[in-house]
Design a binder for this molecule. Structure first.
Ligand code: C2E
Ligand code: CA
Ligand code: CA
Length: 563
């Protein structure tokens, strides 16, 4: 075999490289435009096979008619100067007549003793555009549902805000979150979860038309941008609320997952914006707050953002943080409110918790107890209250006083439901040595919403420790009379609302009388709370009530009889 000359070697190498390049069409031309080289990629781009192209003229093959003169001149210049013209975008011609956008580079190669050849290297811009479109789609749309993603939403929102600035209209942003989506994922698997999301996306889309928009911005969070809305903020809000209701309605129709129907529920936060609205990120923050609000309440599936809500949430967050260190910083104290019998002799006290914070001041239990329940600090706080009351009983025992008085202690449903509640209570009793007969736990009616067997068991275990039990706020809702007979209770506490209502001989009087009668029949002590006048006291006493508590007899104070 003859040894190849170095130039032949390098030429072979280049040829191979040219031939096998997929991304770029490479063509070689003589100075008269005859095709002498045509790689495989050129066929892909221009439609001519090498056999069809070789020997033909450049101008006839791929140069559109109107460009021919210009190309002829450029070629003459390149061969004369032995150099290429600058690279750039051109629209050339496919075999089938269509236009081919390419990015084209040129060079003239002249090897010693050979005629000069012009090489053109063209990259297909359609492929680039397609690639760009693909990238665009990925970065602006959610792959699963095909809905716009957070990024595209933000772009649209910005556009919407600018539009409103001019037109004095309103728009609304809705943030929709599926209830228990994680439950579906966990129990039925991610495929089922995906099916649910796609079904949701379709339904939402079905109800929203341009220029409004549905986007998916997180796992189970969809955003709806509604625009334009009515020209007054009130009307715009109403329109947004109706739209939200329609969406919830649409989601409520069962979704078939693996042939099984599933009901979907969702919650929606709404913020309405007008021409003086802040930026789009601010709007997303607002709907988020509104959604949290919608989630925090059982009765509302839809909530609107307003400024006071924001202030509330911020205060709640701050209080929640402060609560976690309130015990160790000794910011809690107790007040005691007397309970009296028909002769108005004190029979015991209700312990009421107070929180004094160095910055926030005195905070009412109605505000901080629900926060303590949701951040779980209620368990430690509740133990502290119980222990303080135990020590008070011990002091009374040691001082040989008040042995017939009891302390009533509020126990939240969250505390009571915890498995170890009885054990903790027992260990505090043991540690302090307090007499349980002088301690009464006030349980609220909201407790009764749970598993009745567990509640009865838990109550019985507390009774077995020697404690007595009272049902607080009785008459406000949950307790069904049928269940009442199953609970090992000692006392019913008539809610303040009935006492307040007594005067007008309305529902309050009738209910109070009924409850008192009921309690007596069941052998329970009946106590009325919130007694503020002597008239109320008189009427309740005449109805058969035996114990009373309220401002008329004494407000809560930090002081108790000691001697
Ligand atoms: P509650 O158990 O129904 O307590 C009675 C509330 O009514 C107390 O408010 C008391 O100050 C108020 N009150 C008493 N007499 C009158 C009256 O004649 N008129 C009026 N208008 N109000 C009267 P407070 O102390 O603000 O407590 C509010 C709630 O906070 C309590 O309602 C109870 O549910 C909860 N709470 C208080 N201390 C504790 C505690 O240590 N643990 C738990 N879990 N909850 C507590
Ligand atoms: Ca109470
Ligand atoms: Ca009460």
């Amino acid at each position: 075999m003859p040894v190849a000359k170095p130039t032949q070697l390098s030429e072979a190498r280049f040829r191979k490289l040219f031939d096998e390049t997929h991304a770029m069409s490479i063509q070689g031309y003589r100075s008269d435009g005859t095709v002498v080289y045509w790689n495989a990629a050129s066929e892909k781009i221009y439609g001519y096979s090498p056999a069809e192209a070789l020997g033909k003229n450049l101008l006839d093959l791929i140069i559109p008619h109107e460009m021919r003169e210009e190309v002829r001149k450029a070629m003459a210049w390149m061969f004369a100067n032995k150099t290429g013209i600058p690279s750039g975008r051109l629209n050339l011609k496919h075999k089938n007549g269509s236009s081919v956008p390419v990015y084209s580079s040129h060079t003239v190669v002249e090897l010693p003793g050979e005629e000069p050849i012009m090489f053109c290297m063209d990259a297909d811009m359609r492929a680039l555009d397609l690639a760009e479109a693909e990238v665009q789609k990925l970065s602006y749309f959610d792959v699963l549902t095909g809905l716009p993603n957070r990024r595209l939403l933000l772009d649209h929102l910005q556009g919407a805000l600018q539009g409103l600035r001019v037109e004095h209209q309103y728009g609304a942003l809705l943030l929709l979150d599926l209830d228990n989506f994680h439950g579906i994922n966990d129990t039925l698997g991610y495929d089922a979860g995906d099916q649910v999301l796609v079904a949701c996306a379709r339904r939402l889309q079905h109800h929203i038309s341009e220029p409004s928009l549905v986007a998916r911005i997180a796992a189970d969070e969809f955003v709806v941008l509604l625009q334009p809305l009515e020209h007054s903020i009130g009307a715009a809000a109403t329109e947004a609320e109706l739209a939200a209701q329609r969406l919830l309605q649409a989601l409520r129709r069962p979704v078939a997952i693996d042939q099984q129907p599933h009901n979907l529920q969702a919650r929606i936060g709404i913020t309405v914006f007008g021409n003086r609205t802040d930026d789009q990120h601010e709007l997303l923050r607002q709907v988020d707050i509104a959604l949290k609000h919608a989630k925090s309440r059982e009765e509302t599936a839809i909530a609107f953002f307003d400024r006071s809500m924001e202030a509330n949430i911020q205060r709640r967050i701050k209080l929640s943080q402060a609560l976690s260190t309130a015990l160790e910083k000794e910011q809690f104290f107790l007040e005691f409110q007397p309970q009296v019998d028909v002769q108005q002799h004190v029979v015991g006290y209700e312990a009421l918790l107070r929180w004094r914070h160095p910055v926030f001041g005195l905070i009412a239990p109605d505000e901080f107890i629900p926060i303590a329940e949701s951040n779980h600090s209620i368990h430690a706080i509740g133990d502290w209250v119980f222990e303080q009351c135990c020590w008070q009983i011990v002091r009374w025992q040691q001082a040989n006083c008040c042995r017939n008085l009891h302390l009533s202690i509020n126990v939240s449903a969250v505390q009571f439901r915890r498995d170890d509640y009885v054990k903790r209570t027992q260990s505090i009793l043991k540690r302090t040595g307090a007499n349980p007969a002088q301690l009464r736990l006030e349980l609220t009616e909201s407790l009764m919403a749970g598993n009745i067997d567990f509640i009865v068991e838990q109550m019985q275990a507390l009774k077995d420790l020697g404690l007595s039990l009272s049902l607080d706020d009785f008459g406000t809702g949950y307790a069904s009379l049928a269940y009442l007979t199953r609970f090992p209770l000692d006392e019913l506490k008539i809610d303040r609302a009935f006492v307040t209502d007594l005067a007008d001989d309305g529902k309050g009087a009738l209910l109070a009388a009924t409850i008192i009668g009921l309690g007596r029949n069941m052998n329970l002590t009946v106590i009325a709370e919130g007694v503020e006048t002597i008239e109320q006291f008189g009427r309740l006493r005449d109805m058969g009530c035996e114990v009373f508590q309220g401002y008329w007899f004494g407000k809560p104070t930090p002081h108790l009889p000691e001697a």
